[in-house]
Design a protein around this ligand. Structure first.
Ligand code: SF4
Ligand code: SF4
Length: 257
């Protein structure tokens, strides 16, 4: 590092604290060890998020520009043919501008909301623990969960800066609040609305036939991929342990000075 460059201080484990920025606190520590929560992993995610916002802005500006050109063309034609004149346009402009502004204000809703209709009931008779042997908590290990505007603003949840406002997942795509040992949600009583209202029984992505405990083809493939990846990881860990033992044995055999 150049001696003139300011030193970079990694954020505290429980939040990101930088001069000029509000202190972000996360009351629920992620259960999993997740590299994205450490500075080295977090910075690229921030940059990816900014890049995604920038790409979105450029796209929207391009669309707005094209629409403005089309409207100008139409006006030109209408005025040339004598259907409208400039005075008439100037008279209706303020009212039209106000109406458009009102529509726009409603569209800018901030964080992406959960896509569930507001009146979706919360399933109260779904016994997840009875199905874990079959489903392996597919909902927490395979799906994207987006926070509502209120949840994102509450600053209670880890969300993915590269894909606002999706609950943060680990490198395998599993929600960071999922406990792989017990197959349980570590924030069950405070889980987001999307999780509260999710009912897998009618979701064809999970069950081919819920009554017969028959998983969908997509889930079967996903389970097979996970099992194969676990097998590969286990083999790699065994080989690494063997190599480490050989290294230690070789070092122990070195003659003393
Ligand atoms: S909601 Fe469905 S898929 Fe998710 S853990 Fe419960 S039974 Fe399994
Ligand atoms: S918050 Fe809990 S219920 Fe929701 S996806 Fe994560 S582990 Fe599952």
């Amino acid at each position: 590092m150049n001696k003139d460059e300011p030193a970079i201080t990694p954020p505290a484990a429980d939040g990101f604290d930088a001069p000029g920025f509000p202190k972000l606190t996360v009351p629920y520590p992620a259960h999993n060890e997740n590299s994205q929560l450490h500075f080295e992993g977090f910075l690229p995610r921030i940059l990816a998020g900014m890049s995604s916002f920038h790409a979105d802005m450029v796209r929207h500006h391009q669309v707005e520009f094209e629409q403005a050109v089309i409207v100008q063309c139409l006006l030109q034609v209408l005025m040339t043919k004598g259907y409208v004149n400039k005075e008439e346009l100037d008279a209706v402009f303020p009212n039209m501008a106000r109406a458009v502004e009102e529509v726009r204000a409603k569209q800018i809703t901030g964080p992406r909301s959960a896509s569930l209709p507001a009146d979706t009931p919360e399933p109260t008779d779904l016994d997840c623990s009875a199905h874990h042997a079959d489903c392996h908590a597919a909902c927490c290990t395979s799906f994207n969960v987006f926070l509502t505007s209120e949840e994102a603003a509450s600053n209670k949840y880890h969300w993915d800066v590269a894909l606002p406002y999706r609950l943060l997942v680990d490198e395998r795509g599993t929600c960071v609040y999922f406990d792989a040992e017990s197959l349980k949600c570590t924030i069950w009583h405070d889980r987001p609305l999307s999780c509260r209202k999710f009912d897998c029984r009618t979701d064809g992505r999970i069950w081919e036939d819920y009554g017969k405990r028959q998983l969908s083809e997509m889930m079967m493939n996903s389970k097979a991929r996970i099992a194969a990846a676990r097998q590969r990881a286990k083999k790699a860990a065994q080989e690494a342990a063997r190599a480490q033992a050989e290294l230690e044995a070789a070092q122990a055999d070195q003659p003393a000075r």
